[in-house]
Design a protein around this ligand. Structure first.
Ligand code: EPU
Length: 417
């Protein structure tokens, strides 16, 4: 087990370069097996979720070649075998192999996916989409068997604008016969990045980024070169950290419009921001206003930044509210923020935060990825030492977090215990 230790109260200043987006990467790697040649993807973040997906590729006999931030994926000799539970449960995104294998071989067998325990996380919308394309879905205890004689384009209306279902159906439909329309599709930038990747290989997808996506099936997908977009959640996390202890902290290599909802909220709270073409510069201010935040699908306020933002609200004057509408179990960071000294109560899906409160270092737990990020931010501003356990969750999604924060002046270490 790894433990992180932060000696709080240090000013952070300099530049943090944002890595490739985790939630795009984890879909792009499974999507790459759809090529009939080979795919090169650059700006891949070195996080444990990337490693877990590469392990799955290896078990499927896919050749991979990694060089610094890029990866070449060659599935020309791959074998469509069952994906074992020990692999699938390592992360949520293992389920993208279902859509990709179904698209390529008309058959996928894999165990339930894993991931953060932030809610029930059903995948009924993914399965409904596969069935609409002509697949039969069998659930054998904790194993899914999805197979079709032929995949045929269909009109699919998603009951929930799900990121995962939108991508998974897009993957399966890319090689289906005829045209598929996904209505009420999710619009997240990661979906656009995956559609662009598939189009670079010869797929015919239009409308990604809107609520109606059209996929005309193709037979052959050729080689391509693709770049992962910058991670908007990593960017948001460091911008929030900068608002609390930064001095001219530059968050570089970002697409600011992907975090419009965060930047607007931060401005409302009173954060000092300079927004450039591909960067944000942020500095701490002495006083912040309280606010109400309601999480929503893109372009609304991202649920993934709700937990990091809670820390800023503990330092804002007055009563703030966070209403979580996406995940029913995403307040696990709250008990630990309270242990650090925050005044927060939860009723149903709303957290009420009264600030400002002084935070004092203690031992806390990273219960999930973004809860972990909020613990890191809290540790940066708490007096004394904060120890964070279950750091493995954080390393699933933040590339070189210790190195990046150390390089701007934070006192943070990680060690195996
Ligand atoms: N949902 C269903 N049925 C489905 C699919 C989703 O009821 O078939 C529900 C979920 O239970 C949830 C809501 O719909 O209440 C949204 O789920 P969605 O499918 O959009 O989420 P996801 O694809 O499982 C991705 C990100 C999450 C992020 C959400 C929302 C990946 C690998 N994960 O999850 O990221 O919170 O979209 O934006 O892309 C994170 O990075 O920390 C993280 C959890």
């Amino acid at each position: 087990m790894k433990i992180m230790e932060i000696d709080g109260g240090k000013e952070i200043s300099g530049t943090i370069r944002i890595s490739g987006a985790k939630n795009a990467t984890v879909a792009l790697i499974p999507a790459a097996i759809l090529t009939d040649e080979q795919a090169t993807i650059c700006n891949i973040p070195e996080i444990t979720d990337t490693e877990a997906l590469c392990d799955i590729l290896t078990t499927l006999n896919v050749k991979i070649h990694r060089a610094s931030e890029s990866i070449v994926i060659d599935p020309q000799e791959m074998k469509n075998i069952e994906i074992e539970e020990s692999y699938s449960k390592k992360l949520r995104a293992s389920y993208y192999f279902m859509g990709a294998l179904l698209g390529k071989y008309k058959k996928a067998i894999m165990y339930f996916p894993g991931g953060c325990s932030i809610g029930a996380r059903p995948i009924d919308q993914h399965l409904k989409g596969f069935e609409a394309l002509g697949a039969k879905v069998t659930v054998d205890r904790n194993k899914y068997i999805v197979e079709a004689e032929e995949l045929k384009g269909a009109n699919i209306y998603l009951d929930i604008a799900s990121v995962g279902a939108t991508i998974n159906i897009m993957l399966a439909a890319t090689k289906a016969k005829g045209t598929t329309i996904i209505d009420n599709a999710a619009k997240e930038p990661e979906i656009v990045n995956v559609a662009t990747f598939l189009n670079n290989m010869g797929a015919k997808i239009t409308g990604a980024g809107t609520s109606t996506i059209k996929i005309e099936g193709v037979e052959y997908l050729h080689q391509c070169f693709h770049e992962v977009i910058p991670d908007r959640i990593e960017a948001g996390t460091y911008i929030i950290a900068g608002s609390l202890c930064g001095k001219n902290l530059k968050i570089d290599n970002i697409i600011p419009e992907h975090i419009d909802s965060l930047l607007s909220k931060l401005e409302e709270i009173g954060v000092d921001l300079e927004v450039g073409a591909d960067y944000v510069i942020v500095s701490k201010k002495e006083k912040y206003k309280s606010s109400t935040i309601k999480t929503a699908v893109y372009p609304g306020f991202p649920t993934d930044l709700q937990q990091p933002l809670t820390v800023l609200l503990t330092q804002s004057t007055g009563k703030s509210k966070i209403i979580e509408t996406i995940w029913e179990n995403r307040f696990m960071h709250i008990p630990y923020l309270r242990e650090l000294g925050a005044d927060i109560s939860i009723k149903n899906q709303t957290a009420t935060i009264v600030g400002p409160t002084k935070l004092t270092g203690t031992t806390v737990v990273a219960t999930d990825l973004r809860a972990g990020a909020s613990m890191v931010i809290a540790g940066l501003i708490a007096t004394g030492k904060t120890k964070i356990t279950n750091v493995e969750h954080i390393l699933r999604g933040y590339e070189q977090i210790v190195e990046k924060l150390t390089s701007v002046g934070a006192k943070i270490t990680i060690k195996e215990i």
